[in-house]
Write a new protein. Structure first.
Length: 334
């Protein structure tokens, strides 16, 4: 009997700041939930982090990358079914980026909403920031990835990766798999607890203590940020009309517990928002406690993490080399 090969998934997280609940619910938790049904590659994208130089000090980047890898394992990534590696350890990412640069029209990159928002108000903008989505396309296409599990904010970048793959295949013959995004129903766009009309973000969280819950926050801090979260003064739990802060809390609860939004909304009808906040605070604290515990243990016994990273890197390098051989042949280099 022949078994059908598993769908291959690739995703990544930048080591630019402390990981928050949005990273966890939008990406890492869904990776863990689906990992046994897929072949997985999870990457700490340190080359992407170089596009925000002020967020990084060179002596810190290596440590941050290892910490993010430890957080993947702590959250439940199982190295027996998932490869876990650091982007810069596989040189083919940069080589493929150059080749893809040469087939990507500039206008496609200038239209990216993240490029527009990240470059806004800056005196100078590094070319790397503009090129960021091509490096991301290279990450995905290098491994013939079929699905890319991410939060909603990455959807446009994955559409670009698809367009680049189609264009390359058209110009040079079938070379790349055209990937699909996979975005969770709840948790795809966790909003800031102190300002629920903006996406929870690592950079905002650096200057505003109750914007985000971080994966390594103490339980009291998690409770405080959620109890202080901004809602209105009413008691509306209808997802179509409730205030953004209430909708955000319901989505967080749904993503953590698996309970559907209609059921949460029904349970709370007629009750004050304080009860919802209380339940969300308890659910998030309980969800993160074992992750935090494992994270601390992994950093204490670093040998295991290094061993997982080395084994995964060796495995994914073989895949990357095979793709690059195909690509070099297709374009006539090497
Ligand atoms: P990054 O590091 O910004 O975010 C990592 C993952 O977390 C998700 N995310 C969120 N999900 C829900 N609510 C939020 N508030 C929230 N904030 C972040 C992101 O959607 C992402 O899935 N460009 C990527 C990294 C990357 C990548 C890749 C991803 C590089 N190459 C290839 C997939 C495939 C990024 O900046 O993620």
């Amino acid at each position: 009997m022949t078994s059908t090969p598993l769908v291959r998934a690739f995703s990544g997280v930048q080591p630019t700041g402390r990981l928050h609940l949005g990273n966890y619910l939008g990406a890492i938790k869904p990776w863990v939930e689906h990992q046994h049904a897929r072949e997985n590659l999870f990457c700490v994208v340190d080359l992407h982090a170089l596009t925000v130089p002020e967020a990084i000090k060179s002596d810190e980047l290596k440590a941050r990358s290892r910490n993010v890898a430890a957080a993947f394992l702590a959250a439940g990534i199982d190295p027996s079914v998932s490869s876990l590696f650091i982007q810069s350890h596989v040189r083919e990412h940069t080589e493929l980026t150059w080749v893809l640069n040469c087939v990507t029209p500039l206008g496609w990159l200038e239209r990216m909403t993240q490029f527009k928002s990240k470059s806004e108000g800056r005196e100078t903008v590094g070319t790397g920031l503009l090129d960021y989505p091509v490096l991301m396309a290279a990450d995905i296409l290098l491994y013939d990835s079929q699905v890319v599990p991410v939060g909603e904010d990455q959807k446009q970048h994955i559409e670009l990766a698809r367009d680049v793959a189609v264009r390359f295949n058209h110009m040079f013959g079938e070379t790349f798999v055209v990937p699909q995004p996979s975005i969770p129903l709840s948790g795809a766009r966790v909003m800031g607890f102190d300002e629920p009309t903006v996406k929870m973000s690592k950079s905002i969280a650096e200057s505003r203590p109750h914007h985000a819950v971080h994966l390594d926050d103490a339980p009291e801090k998690i409770r405080k940020s959620i109890m202080k979260s901004v809602t209105d003064a009413g008691c509306d739990y209808d997802p179509a009309t409730a205030s953004p802060g209430v909708v955000n809390l319901m989505h967080v609860l749904s993503a953590v517990s698996g309970e559907g939004i209609p059921s949460i909304s029904n349970r709370y009808t007629g009750k004050g928002y304080g009860y919802l906040k209380q339940e969300v605070a308890e659910a998030v604290t309980a969800e993160l406690a074992p992750v935090q515990d494992k994270y601390r243990r992994l950093l204490d016994e670093a040998g295991y993490l290094d061993q997982v990273l080395a084994q995964s890197t060796a495995k994914v390098r073989t895949l990357a080399e095979a793709t690059m051989t195909r690509v070099r042949h297709a374009v006539g280099i090497g």
